[in-house]
Design a protein around this ligand. Structure first.
Ligand SMILES: Nc1ncnc2c1ncn2[C@@H]1O[C@H](COP(=O)(O)OP(=O)(O)OP(=O)(O)O)[C@@H](O)[C@H]1O
Ligand SMILES: [Mg+2]
Length: 360
C-alpha cells in the first residue's frame, strides 16, 4: 500500500466556449482525507475531477499530487483510481478479469495478478463472485467491482464521481458506509463528487461546496451545516428557515437583539460586533426551532400542516403576512391549540448569521 499523499489544485480554470465551467479554483486535499465536492448540476464538479485525472487540460493553473506537478502528465501516469456513476465495467469479462485489467495493462504476471485480484475481492466482500460475469451482478455488486478495479493498481488518489448515484436509497446508504470504511482502511486520499448533501455530510472528512465554477465554502460536515456562510450554502445543505431584520442593540454575552421583518424580536449570537441599525439575515435549521406557547416566543405563527416522516414530525407554519413557510422538525408531537396559533422560539446560538444579502 502506498503512503497517503496530498492533492493540490492551484488556480485551475476551464472554459467550454462561452461557458466558464471553472473560475480559478484552488483546493488542498489533505493526505488520507475524503473530501466531498458538493454542488448543484452544472457547477463544475465533474470538470474538476477530469482536470485532476488529466482528461481535461486546465486553461490556467496546476495540479499537484504529493509534491509533484502532474499538470502535463497523461492520465495513465498520474497514479489515480476512478469510479463513475455508470460503472463502465467490461461486460464480456468476468469479475476477476475486470479487476485484473489494470494489472494486465501494466504487464503484471498471471500469478501475481490472481493474488492481487483475490485481495481486492476480499476488500470489497465479493470473494465468491470471482468467476461471475458482471451482468449477473446487482447494481451494488457491480459498483464494488468498479471500486476494486480502481484500487487494484494501488493508486495514490481515488476519484469518485457520483459512484452511488444509480443505486436505490437503501443500498446507497449501505454502500456509503462500506465505501467510507474501505477508504479509511486504505488511508487513500479521495474526492467524492455528489449533489446529495446527506451523502457528502455522512461520508466525508471535509465538504467543499461549489456553485457556478467556484468553491464557496469548505469545512467539516458540522461546520458547513451548522455555520454556513451564505444563504446558498445554508439552503443547499438542508432545509433552512431564513429570517431578516434590523439589529436593535447588544443584549450582552455576545448576543444581539434583532427586530424581525416578520414581526417580533429575536436574539442572535455573533462572533464579531454587529452595528445597531444593520440589516441582517440569518438561518435557523428546522430541528433548532421550538414550538411553544405564544407568550415569551419570538414570533407567532399558525400551524398549516404536520407530517410524520418516520423518525420525526415536520411542521409547516405560516407567519402572518409572509409567503415563505417556516419548517420545524421535532422528535415528538407538539401541543397545538385548536386555532393553530403557536409561538416560535430558538436559542441565539442556533441563529446562523449569513454573510450575503438575500436576493430581493
Ligand atoms: N465537454 C464540454 N463541452 C461543453 N461544455 C461542457 C463540457 N463539459 C462540461 N461543460 C459545461 O461546463 C459546466 C460544468 O459541467 P460539469 O460537468 O463539470 O458539471 P457537474 O457539476 O459535474 O454537473 P452534474 O451534477 O450535472 O454532473 C456545465 O455548464 C457544462 O454544461
Ligand atoms: Mg458531473
Amino acid at each position: 500500500m502506498s503512503a497517503s499523499v496530498p492533492l493540490r489544485l492551484e488556480s485551475v480554470s476551464k472554459s467550454f466556449g462561452d461557458v466558464q465551467a471553472l473560475k480559478p479554483l484552488s483546493l488542498h486535499v489533505r493526505a488520507g482525507e475524503m473530501l466531498a465536492l458538493l454542488g448543484p448540476s452544472g457547477c463544475g464538479k465533474t470538470t474538476t475531477l477530469r482536470i485532476i485525472a488529466g482528461f481535461e487540460m486546465p486553461e490556467t493553473g496546476s495540479v499537484f499530487i504529493g509534491e509533484r506537478d502532474v499538470t502535463e502528465l497523461p492520465p495513465n501516469k498520474r497514479a489515480l483510481g476512478m469510479v463513475f456513476q455508470n460503472y463502465s465495467l467490461f461486460p464480456h469479462m468476468t469479475v476477476a478479469e475486470n479487476i485484473a485489467f489494470g494489472l494486465k495493462m501494466r504487464g503484471v504476471g498471471a500469478a501475481d495478478r490472481l493474488a492481487r485480484v483475490r485481495q481486492m475481492l476480499g476488500l470489497v466482500r465479493l470473494a465468491q463472485f470471482e468467476d461471475r460475469s458482471v451482468h449477473q451482478l446487482s447494481g451494488g455488486q457491480q459498483q464494488r467491482v468498479a471500486l476494486a478495479r480502481s484500487l487494484v493498481t494501488d493508486p495514490a488518489i481515488l476519484l469518485l464521481d457520483e459512484p452511488l448515484g444509480a443505486l436505490d436509497k437503501n443500498l446507497r446508504e449501505r454502500m456509503q458506509f462500506e465505501l467510507r470504511e474501505i477508504q479509511r482502511r486504505l488511508g487513500i486520499t479521495s474526492i467524492l463528487v455528489t449533489h446529495d448533501q446527506e451523502e457528502a455530510l455522512t461520508m466525508s472528512d471535509r465538504v467543499a461546496v461549489m456553485s457556478e465554477g467556484e468553491i464557496v465554502q469548505i469545512g467539516t460536515p458540522t461546520e458547513v451545516y451548522e455555520r454556513p456562510r451564505t444563504r446558498f450554502v445554508s439552503e443547499f445543505l438542508g432545509t433552512a428557515n431564513i429570517f431578516e431584520g434590523i439589529v436593535k442593540g447588544e443584549a450582552g454575552a455576545g448576543e444581539w437583539t434583532v427586530a424581525l421583518d416578520r414581526g417580533g424580536e429575536a436574539r442572535l449570537a455573533g462572533d464579531s460586533g454587529l452595528a445597531t441599525g444593520r440589516r441582517v439575515s440569518f438561518a435557523v435549521r428546522p430541528e433548532r426551532l421550538r414550538i411553544g406557547p405564544p407568550s415569551g416566543s419570538a414570533l407567532m405563527a399558525k400551524v398549516q400542516d404536520v407530517v410524520f416522516r418516520g423518525s420525526y414530525y415536520a411542521y409547516e407554519l405560516v407567519v402572518a403576512g409572509q409567503d415563505e413557510p417556516v419548517f420545524i422538525y421535532t422528535q415528538s408531537r407538539a401541543t397545538v391549540p385548536a386555532d393553530g396559533m403557536v409561538g416560535l422560539s430558538w436559542s441565539a446560538q442556533s441563529a446562523i448569521l449569513l454573510g450575503e444579502r438575500p436576493s430581493p
